[in-house]
Design a protein around this ligand. Sequence first.
Ligand code: BTN
Length: 326
Amino acid sequence: MPHKYKLIELLADGRFHSGEQMARVLGVTRAAVWKSLRKLESLDVELHAVSGKGYRLATPLELLNADLIKQQLLPAVAAMIPGIEVHMELPSTNGYLMAKAWAGRHGQVCLAEHQTAGRGRRGRVWHSPFGGNIYLSFLWQVADTSAHPGGASLAVAIGVARALERLGLSDIGLKWPNDIQYRGQKLAGILLEMTAESGSGCTVVAGIGLNVRLLPAHRQDIQQAVTDLQTITGAMPARNSLVATILNETFQVMRQFQNGGLSSLREEWQSRDVYRGRTVVLVTPNRWIEGTAQGIDDQGQLLLQQADGVISRFSGGELSLRAVTP
Ligand code: BTN
């Protein structure tokens, strides 16, 4: 592990650590410690330095820990997860599980504290600064392709919404296909990627990006109204419990999706649909279609009623939806 991350592990407790102590733990010179501390700036980790005391993080950090997460899983969910990996840094947790090595490892979970090439929908970048938010992916084998695999991303969105509600949040809404909103602002997004066809089914990697603590500099990079859990609740949530709750709820929903398809979840999805009955514009790569959002069908496709009264279905990750009138 690079020295900068070893230092973060040491400093995560929020206490002062002297240069000498850090050098000893890392087995390097004090000059090397200083160099690594400078690198923390590029991760947007704020440090306080006090002469005679040393260095500490401006705010303590609860690092993700696979054992702590596992301890909080429901037995039935733990049984569905063969392994949880936590990385300090990855290009993308989705990309990591898309690699061949993970093929067939149904339920495998991967988390990272920081993504250097986080992926969003429609080819966008998912800004993934260190140590605050949740970047989580899991691998899922969809047994039967008659259940449209794209519907899995709507199922995941229900799982995340249930988890947030379990943590006491109300006003959680879903925007087709799979944005999680709080009072009209984006709180989380989901990216579903398909890895391989396997017999009659296929393997998908579902990635969840949840805003827990966005720094002002990062908010500026995002071209839409966003919010985070710290702003909503006024406190930094316990991140390991948060991940466990997300896994508990999401894996239960995925099991329901596996057994009953999206039709068994359709009503629940629609109960949180923030655009239902509203005039919207659907943006596809080659056209804009205006209409009234009428919820989803049993496959998770958007139902859009156009001016002539005809209701059409739209599917796929290339679409986005914008409200034009309240
Ligand atoms: C969106 O555009 O709304 C989807 C964002 C999905 C981001 C998550 S973060 C974990 C996983 N790894 C990625 O590279 N992307 C997804």
